[in-house]
Every structure is written in structure tokens, then in C-alpha cells.
Design a protein around this ligand. Sequence first.
Ligand SMILES: [Zn+2]
Length: 218
Amino acid sequence: MSAVVDKVKEQVIKTGARMAAAGLVTGAWGNISARLPGESLFVITPSGIPYEAINQTDLVVVNGAGRIIEGDRKPSTELMLHTAIYSACVHAGAIVHSHSIYASALAVAGKTLPPILEDQVQLVGGAVRVARYARAGTADLAAAAVDALGQGKAVLLANHGLVGLGSTVEEAYQVCQVVEKAAQVYIFAELIGQAVVIPPGDVSAVRESFLTGYGQQD
Ligand SMILES: [Zn+2]
């Protein structure tokens, strides 16, 4: 079991470093968590430690209620956001929360990201909604995020940032990258004219074909 835990922790650390290097967060903002396989336990990044400085002993293991099971650090201040999403979305194996620029711009404007790009539809499944505003670190924010997320894979937090889900940390991070790119393209498209959304029938067909056949294609 401990080799598995170490592997999950390593993925969280690596993804945090990538997220910081890619500019999707600055300093210690944002956070990452991952479910330990077959357990109702989660690894989460600590509060206030820059991603490049985090090592395995800084990560905190919590249960579904947010109680600390292992680790001396204080868990991320968004712990409730993570545990609420895991409890509402049983498919979630990992959660990445970023403060990236273009997703944040939509979150400030209160604008849903419609389904506009194929990779967005493939990976995220469609539109990404904005949760109602609630202050960072509160139970209210956790509830607002869960409401707007539904069974989706990403949600924008009003005046704050983005949350992406995946079955793995890698996938949750990819969701954040793809939503950030789509948010940028959406804003640019609206600036030069009007963004044209992918028709609903095609959204479901593209998503379906990604889920069923993508692995066998190139
Ligand atoms: Zn945040």
C-alpha cells in the first residue's frame, strides 16, 4: 500500500510543479488532491507552500470528512471544496484547482464557457458553468461549486478560478489546461466577431466517440 501512496503523492507533486511552471497558478495558490486507489482517503497539497518546494512529507492525507489521517502540515485552505466534490462525484479520482488567467476572466464575467472546441468537448464533455460567488475557503464555496459542477468535469469559481476533475491527477490537470485554452480562444473569438458553438448533437457524438474509441485511434 505505501508504494501506491508514494506513487500518488509523486504524481501530485509533479503536477503541482508543472502547473506552477505553466503559469496556471502563482506562488502557493491553487491546490491538488487525489484519491488513494480503493480507499476513501485523499492526498492533498499543504497550505502556503510553493509548488516547487513541496515534498512527500508536506502532503496531507485526509478522510472524506476532511479529518487529517497523516501529515504534519496544514492541508490546503480549500480542503472542503475537495472533500465536497469527492463526496458528490464518485467518479472523481483527482481534483486540480488553478487560478489561470482566461478561465478566471470568464469566472469574473460570470460567463459559461460554451462547447467551442473539439478537444474541450472530448475531454470535458461540453460547457463549463460558473458557480455562484462565495468566498474562498468556505463551506459555501464548496456547496456552490458542487451545485454548478453537477456530474461535469470542470467548474469555474466566480471571481476566483477553475476546478478540473479527472480519474487521475494527470487527467484533472489536462482538464484545467484544455479549459484554460478554450477560455482563451472563446474570449479571442468574441473579440473578433462571435464564437460559434458546436451543435448539441455533435457535442454528444464527439464526446461519445472520444470515450469509446479514442484509445484505438491515433
Ligand atoms: Zn483558489
